[in-house]
Ligand binder design. Structure first.
Ligand SMILES: Cc1cc2nc3c(=O)[nH]c(=O)nc-3n(C[C@H](O)[C@H](O)[C@H](O)COP(=O)(O)OP(=O)(O)OC[C@H]3O[C@@H](n4cnc5c(N)ncnc54)[C@H](O)[C@@H]3O)c2cc1C
Length: 914
């Protein structure tokens, strides 16, 4: 704040300095004070001005001057003059201003009897004037002991609601005496005679004041100081006459105790003080213009306290909530966002890291592609990359470098394959509202492009007995899907959610277009089930999938994509998605505590009172200072293991499970965070099975209480590296993604391009294949038991190995051992364990409760709470298991849930692209 307009050096509206005060009768008393109190006063008043202006006390007394001025006037004689009285407390000070010494007086309390004196003194010099009524007797009456000096003002005895009223402030009485008069006058005359007329300032004093102006604008409540300065003014004294020096021991200054006038307390004065000097005299004196020695530099007004948002979890649901809450400077000023994430990684079910011991290879939780209908995810990550503004030498440095559009998907039922090329959509398609009719038109265009001949071609392909079986199945499938949507939604007037209780297969069967064609048991029917791991329980032969989620999702997938049907990443998920997001959030000031395993939440009604978590390790630089990243070549990556250099060696060992989900490692007691002090809002972005364990205090009536019944499935993921080129192995499609394949690893991605960001020698692998699918076996979500975990790991390895040997020959025929008909495991790249090449491949059975995939089973939508949570509660929800409108457990659903959870905290409509 610069100097307020009304504060000027001069004061033309009323009176201008210099002021002259003629014929001023004065009583002066020197009072012993408390040096510590004086020090504290000066530190409080002038401390901020150091080192430019340093002020300290000169001695340990204060002066009390009572003046009765006959004629006070300003520079302009036309303005006239007035008479007034004043009581002033002076603290003698010394100090330096820009290194140069000075002496002077500081006025902490001053009580004039005149309004003009109040205004001028305050506005011009910063003197803390307060109106008062003074009784100033004649010299004779005072020294004769007949009339004391008195001061009263409007004051409050206590700040407890007591009325402000005219109260006595202090009084000064003397017992009858004859002060020494002649001697003092003779002395003054002698000095005058000897030196000639004395320069006035030898008798005058420099006043050093603090001038403060409070905010008087309507927005200034509670009041704050707008402007603060050290001012200085010379007060020259002239014509001193009638000096009388009294017997100070016969004088008593009595102070009242008034909360609003803390003279005694501030100066450290006794209730009844005997001065060390008492005198009276007459003088003329004045005030010059004065000047400002130092103005306080502008300080921005303190921002209002931030709302504290505590986000539990470190997956995409959590991070997209944090991203939204901090998207603008205004939001960053409003919200303090803090994330608690277990373990050392971000990304949850989308995490990936580097295996530094094996060619810096990327190891992932599962196979991930980003579909073209992920409008919200795609918009968010275009923004993330733009904001991260990575330099060119960082890989990937732009969205376009990280996510590459792909058009071809291979449908392979294990026997026959059919690559389907999805046409690119026109610029601007997608990410905007589309009618169902526009989507159906696009389907028609798609059918034409894929099968030739639009719906006619579709029907022809569906009906004709010959041709490629996969093509025929695709045609029948698409025609049946279109008929079902037309029957139920377009013509039947049903809502999508009306179909949720139905299994997709049964629903398709009920909308058959080709009599006699067993659509329900066709191989292509498996594709949507495989896509969402829809195999609940150990029985893999009876997959279940909500007709709502499948039909709406498939329609979106094939008719609502931006540019390309899907995007594949040029690096691991951790690097393409979570690394730049992490950098952006950190730069925005989001606090992230790794190794923070949430254990329980205390609740009242639907609101969270407390959150307890275990610290799984001690980060040497502080709980929120762990850096999870490292560089491999030009790519910022997440570390495979916690970085020992950043952790206290006394930290307990962390288990290998990348999520640390089953780890019981804990340092110290549980950390408990409380509402009001540690957080105002909680966003639960934990996986559904973890949420159910943490929020056991949720009211039985709330949707949160049913989260435990959301079904999940363990998944199996395999990465195999080969010494041969993919064409030698027989992968001859110009496409990377393959679906509808044999169980259990029914979805595949040929990811050879990733080898380019790893650090293999020239003799390194030439081909990389990912395979993911459900991991049957009924693995428990409570998998802390080491024996059960070892059994699961052994089963995962065995299943993946059998699949590699027995099923992969169907897609890699060039890798087959002619003798056995199985895939020749010696074709695998395995320099570390040549005797057992499969041991060097990467297999993970994701059985842990935070790693399991959420199932989109029929009738499940009703159990899923919406991200907005319960009304009037402080709890919001984010994660792929929420009812977020996408409802397919996927990156887009997690992202949308985060956008909605954040909007519900901010109280704004959620900016979700349909
Ligand atoms: C094998 C597989 C393949 C997939 N393929 C695709 C795909 O191709 N395309 C697609 O879009 N989606 C795919 N998905 C789904 C996608 O990965 C998820 O939908 C998405 O990652 C879910 O994000 P989320 O934030 O909801 O949950 P999560 O990613 O599970 O995040 C939960 C977070 O909470 C943390 N956490 C857990 N317990 C605690 C605790 N007690 N205290 C503190 N933190 C805790 C976890 O560590 C994690 O950081 C796949 C999933 C799997 C399993």
């Amino acid at each position: 704040m610069t100097r307020p307009e009304r504060i000027r050096e001069r004061f033309p509206l009323l009176q201008d300095p210099p002021f002259s005060l003629k014929g001023t009768r004065t009583f002066l008393f020197l009072l012993p004070a408390d040096p510590a109190k004086l020090d504290a006063l000066l530190a409080r008043t002038f401390g901020w001005a150091a080192p430019t202006v340093e002020v300290s006390r000169l001695g340990s007394h204060v002066l009390l001057a009572i003046t009765d001025t006959a004629e006070a006037s300003a520079a302009d004689p036309n303005l006239g003059h007035f008479a007034y009285q004043e009581a002033t407390f002076f603290v003698p000070v010394q100090g330096t201003r820009e290194g140069l010494p000075f002496h002077g007086l500081h006025v902490p309390f001053i009580y004039p009897s005149e309004g003009l004196a109040v205004v001028a003194g305050r506005e011009l010099y910063g003197l803390p004037k307060k109106p008062a009524t003074l009784t100033v007797p004649s010299d004779g009456d005072f020294w004769g002991g007949t009339t004391p000096i008195g001061a009263r003002c409007l004051a409050a005895e206590n700040f407890d609601g007591s009325a402000w009223k005219d109260e006595p402030l202090f009084s000064i009485s003397a017992t009858a005496q004859s002060p020494i008069a002649e001697l003092a006058d003779t002395l003054l005359d002698a000095v005058d005679g000897f030196f000639g007329p004395l320069p006035a300032h030898l008798f005058g004093q420099d006043l050093v004041q603090l001038k403060q102006v409070a905010d008087v604008s309507p927005g200034g409540i509670p009041p704050k100081v707008l402007y603060r300065a050290v001012t200085h003014v010379q007060a020259p004294v002239d014509n001193v006459t009638n000096v009388r020096v009294g017997d100070a021991s016969k004088v008593t200054v009595h102070f009242e105790t008034l909360a609003s006038e803390p003279i005694r307390d501030v100066l450290g004065l006794a209730e009844d003080v005997t001065p060390v000097l008492a005198a009276s005299f007459e003088m003329d004196f004045g005030f010059r213009n004065g000047d400002v020695w130092l103005e306080r530099p502008e300080t921005p007004p303190a921002p209002p306290p931030k709302e504290k948002v505590l986000i539990l979890g470190g997956g995409l649901g959590a991070l997209s909530t944090a991203y939204e809450l901090t998207a603008t400077e205004e939001r960053r000023q409003k919200y303090d966002v803090r994330i608690l994430a277990q373990g050392h990684l971000l990304g949850g079910k989308g995490a990936s890291w580097r295996n530094r011991a094996k060619g810096d290879r990327i190891e992932e939780h599962g196979l991930h592609v980003i579909f073209g209908f992920y409008h919200n995810f795609l918009r968010m990550f275009r923004g993330v990359y733009a904001e991260a503004a990575q330099p060119d030498h960082v890989d990937p440095s732009s969205f376009a470098e990280a996510f590459q559009p792909q058009d071809v998907v291979v449908f392979h039922d294990g026997d026959e394959a059919y690559p389907v090329r999805f046409p690119r959509t026109p610029n601007g398609y997608g990410a905007g509202p589309k009618t169902l009719w526009q989507q159906v038109q696009w389907l028609q265009m798609l059918a034409q492009s894929v099968l030739g001949g639009g719906f006619a071609g579709l029907v022809a392909n569906a009906l004709l007995p010959w041709g490629n079986q996969v093509v025929k199945e695709i045609a029948v499938f698409v025609a049946t899907l279109a008929k079902g949507i037309a029957d139920d939604i377009v013509l039947g007037g049903k809502d999508w959610e009306d179909l949720d209780h139905l299994d997709f297969r049964d629903w398709m069967e009920s909308h058959k277009v080709v009599p006699g064609f067993d659509i329900a048991n066709s191989a292509i029917m498996q594709v949507p089930y495989d896509g969402v791991f829809a195999y609940e329980g150990p029985d893999q032969s009876a997959p279940k999938l909500s007709a709502t989620i499948a039909a709406r999702g498939l329609l979106k997938l094939v008719s609502d994509y931006q540019r390309a049907v899907f995007f594949e990443m040029t690096t691991g998920m951790g690097e393409a998605v979570f690394a730049p997001m992490y950098e952006v959030l950190r730069a925005r000031g989001v606090r992230i505590e790794f190794f923070a395993k949430v254990k329980s939440a205390g609740m009242t009604g639907g609101s969270v009172d407390s959150v307890s978590y275990a610290r799984q390790a001690t980060v040497l630089a502080g709980p929120e200072a762990y850096d999870p990243m490292e560089r491999v070549g030009t790519v910022p990556c997440f570390r495979q293991h916690p970085d020992p250099a950043q952790l206290d060696p006394a930290s307990p060992a962390l288990v290998e499970d990348p999520n640390h989900d089953t780890s019981t490692a804990q340092v110290g007691p549980d950390v408990v965070l409380n509402v009001g002090t540690d957080f105002d809002w909680v966003v639960c972005a934990l996986p559904a099975p973890v949420t159910a364990r943490v929020f056991t205090a949720a009211p039985a009536s709330s949707a949160l209480a049913r989260v435990g019944s959301i079904p999940t499935v363990a998944t199996l993921h395999l990465q195999t590296w080969y010494d041969d080129h993919r064409h030698t192995l027989g992968w001859n499609w110009n496409a990377s993604v393959l679906g509808g394949f044999r169980q259990p690893l029914n979805s595949m991605q040929e990811n050879t391009r990733l080898l380019g960001v790893e650090t293999w020698p020239l003799s390194g692998p030439q081909t990389l294949l990912y395979c993911s699918g459900p991991f049957g076996g009924g693995w428990s979500t409570d998998s802390e038991d080491p024996a059960a975990r070892a059994a699961a790991r052994a089963a995962a390895l065995a299943e993946a190995k059998t699949f590699t040997e027995d099923e992969l020959p169907r897609v890699l025929p060039g890798g087959v051992d002619g003798g056995t008909g199985k895939l020749d495991l010696d074709r695998l790249h395995a320099p570390w364990t040549p005797a057992d090449p499969f041991a060097d491949q990467y297999v993970t059975g994701n059985i842990d409760r935070s790693a399991r995939y959420v199932l989109a089973s029929p009738g499940g939508l009703a159990d899923r709470p919406e991200p907005e949570g319960e009304p009037h509660s402080n709890l919001r929800l984010a994660g792929d298991w929420t009812k977020n409108g996408i409802d397919i457990p996927c990156m887009e659903g997690a992202c949308v849930s985060g956008i909605r959870a954040a909007a519900a905290i901010m109280g704004v409509p959620a900016d979700v692209l349909e």
